[in-house]
Design a protein around this ligand. Structure first.
Ligand code: HEC
Ligand code: HEC
Ligand code: HEC
Ligand code: HEC
Ligand code: HEC
Length: 188
């Protein structure tokens, strides 16, 4: 009878000693045989759940900060929280103007030049750009040097010339304007 009491006192002490279930389980398994496999820790004490929540909240805030730091470009109206300059949360379209007109709604007179790149001509700015922010420059979906590969994997007429420039780590946009131009192939 005394031994049982002593043991339960020990158990009580062990349980209150540490709120970390893994350490506690280790201690218990070293002291006693036949300790069952680790039960969910909320059975021991509710605090870890609370800690976890707080940790998660902390981690979220850190992630948000890290995200912001990693953003190479942030769209000015998004940064200024002018969501409704673009979004119309009441309408069926969801935007103040149809999506294919949205970018040019503010970037008026953006398209110049005699030659216009296919996706630009049809207002498909979001084929290359993101609307809010990006970890790449100029709100690009991809690295500046990789964005053209999204669509242009065709064998180029000027293949050998292009192979040379790519081997020299040049980006397509070092020579081509991504949007438009006055000369063929929007060469700069
Ligand atoms: C410059 C215009 C513009 C501004 C300013 C803007 N958005 Fe957007 N947003 C868009 C476009 C365009 C899309 C759709 C992207 C797509 O479909 O690829 C979008 C998508 C979204 C989505 C859908 C999920 C996602 O992220 O793709 C949410 C949610 C959203 N925006 C919230 C906001 C909030 C909140 C703000 C203000 C802080 C804001 N937007 C500011 C243009 C804008
Ligand atoms: C509500 C007005 C508005 C709309 C709509 C808008 N923009 Fe902008 N955009 C701006 C402003 C303001 C700037 C900052 C210009 C400056 O600083 O000179 C900007 C800058 C940019 C830049 C340059 C960012 C940089 O880091 O260099 C890009 C790229 C861009 N916008 C793309 C788009 C695309 C793509 C769309 C359509 C999804 C769009 N914009 C729609 C207002 C708008
Ligand atoms: C084929 C991909 C592509 C499409 C489509 C595209 N852009 Fe761009 N855009 C780029 C690239 C790449 C850059 C960065 C150029 C650089 O770094 O030299 C850029 C840069 C920009 C900039 C900032 C600097 C500048 O050149 O003025 C603005 C603003 C912009 N784009 C707006 C738009 C708008 C508006 C549309 C749609 C009408 C659009 N873009 C469609 C690839 C694209
Ligand atoms: C979203 C898909 C898409 C992306 C991304 C894209 N393009 Fe294009 N590109 C097209 C389409 C579509 C055409 C029109 C093809 C045609 O007229 O035969 C085109 C045509 C061209 C042409 C003219 C070819 C010709 O024979 O007249 C050039 C040059 C060009 N793109 C360069 C680029 C560069 C540089 C980039 C990266 C900044 C790029 N493209 C990214 C879709 C894309
Ligand atoms: C060193 C400058 C330079 C770079 C970098 C460059 N180009 Fe070109 N590109 C040219 C020139 C010059 C022409 C015209 C060739 C001709 O007239 O025969 C051309 C032509 C083209 C054409 C149309 C003719 C054809 O061969 O299909 C496309 C499409 C094109 N380039 C896409 C790209 C893409 C995509 C990249 C990136 C992978 C790129 N270019 C990188 C200089 C460049």
């Amino acid at each position: 009878m005394k031994l049982v009491r002593l043991l339960s006192l020990c158990l009580f002490l062990l349980l209150t000693m540490s709120c970390d279930p893994v350490t506690r389980h280790k201690v218990l398994t070293t002291l006693f045989d036949g300790v069952p496999s680790l039960p969910p820790h909320m059975m021991y004490c509710p605090e870890p759940e609370l800690h976890k929540k707080k940790e998660a909240q902390g981690a979220n805030a850190t992630a948000a900060r890290e995200k912001a730091l990693k953003m190479a470009s942030i769209h000015k109206p998004f940064d200024e929280k002018r969501c409704k300059d673009c979004h119309d949360f009441s309408g069926a379209v969801g935007f103040v103007v149809p999506l294919q007109d949205l970018c040019l709604h503010c970037h008026k007179g953006f398209i110049k030049g005699e030659q216009v790149h296919g996706p630009v001509a049809v207002g498909a700015c979001l084929a290359c750009h993101l609307p809010h922010d990006s970890k790449y420059s100029s709100l690009l979906q991809e690295e500046r040097s990789k964005i053209c590969e999204k669509c242009h994997w065709e064998n180029r007429v000027a293949a050998s010339m292009h192979k040379k420039v790519i081997d020299h780590n040049m980006a397509c946009v070092d020579c081509h304007d991504p949007h438009f131009g006055d000369v063929e192939y929007f060469l700069k």
